[in-house]
Design a protein around this ligand. Sequence first.
Ligand code: PLP
Length: 356
Amino acid sequence: MIPIAKPILGPDEQKAILDVITSGQLVQGPKVREFETRFAELCGVEHAVAVSSGTTALHLALLAHQIGESDEVITSPFSFIASANCALYVGARPVFVDIEPNYFTIDPAEIEARITPRTKAIIPVHLYGQACEMDAIVGIAEKYHLAIIEDACQAHGGLYKGRPVGSFGTACYSLYATKNMTTIEGGMLVTNDAQIAERARLLRNHGSPKTYQHVILGYNMRMTDLSAAVGLVQLAKLKEWNSIRRANAAYLSEKLAQVEGVVTPKVRLEGEHVFHQYTIRIPDRDNAAQRLREKGVGVGIHYPTPIHQQPLYQDLGYADVLPVAEAACREVLSLPVHPSLTRADLDFIVRAVASL
Ligand SMILES: *Cc1c(COP(=O)(O)O)cnc(C)c1O
């Protein structure tokens, strides 16, 4: 089976882990600080705060922006559930806005109609590694004085008009095992706002500016130095891995363009897509997924259910009708695109899809 994702962890990562164990500095030590510095450089921002997961980065971002009870945040229904759940964690209400059919990202033209006096932030999700339409989103955020909290959990190293994803507001990254780079579990919050960064650092570590002094209610969201050491090795390889992902995607799109019924992913000309996922639309998707798995292609469905239709959100009374996201959930299918694929793997995937 060609897997849908394959973490690349080898001797460099093993050595980095052993070095940390030998050093004895295990949590929030020098490797975490170095990783934060390097990650901030990747995003072209001033501050990076390493945390335990992408989900905690999102939770921390809402806390740091002091979003809470009776506030609303606007986000996409077509994402991993954490993009919206972070609002629930702080007692705020996620408000869903439908997506653009070509790019699967939040549709800026639909945002203004959902803004109320309670709206505090927009959480654009750079889905599959492709930046949202940030010029329009930044324009709306400025007009209504809203924070931008980018969910960049799938977009490490991505660009929008030459500018790094993650540099448009406060941004959150996941470093989970299957992402474009990994610390196994881990996350990162990045921002140019010194006050947000300082609050995030406090909140990450029990509101504690120094040992056993606690000035605000905080949490344990810390990253270990083991994770950071792995992250540093991975970060050095990210650029090359992303360019292989892009080349794999271009190859798949060239070959699959000839297959009837298949809609290949559209790439924004002004962006640099990092292809966390390579996602097509295909008729009779569930059947296609099953047949491709039988043929040995490990496909994925990102995502089968829009967030507003998840049981959790149905129980909360959400009754939105968001036709573009709902259609996407029925039609999308992700094919392997990761950097470990060989040309033979790619040809195998193309033949399998063409012979459905
Ligand atoms: C992976 C992911 C998250 C959550 O990250 P974890 O590290 O798994 O907590 C959030 N949003 C999106 C879009 C993701 O892909």
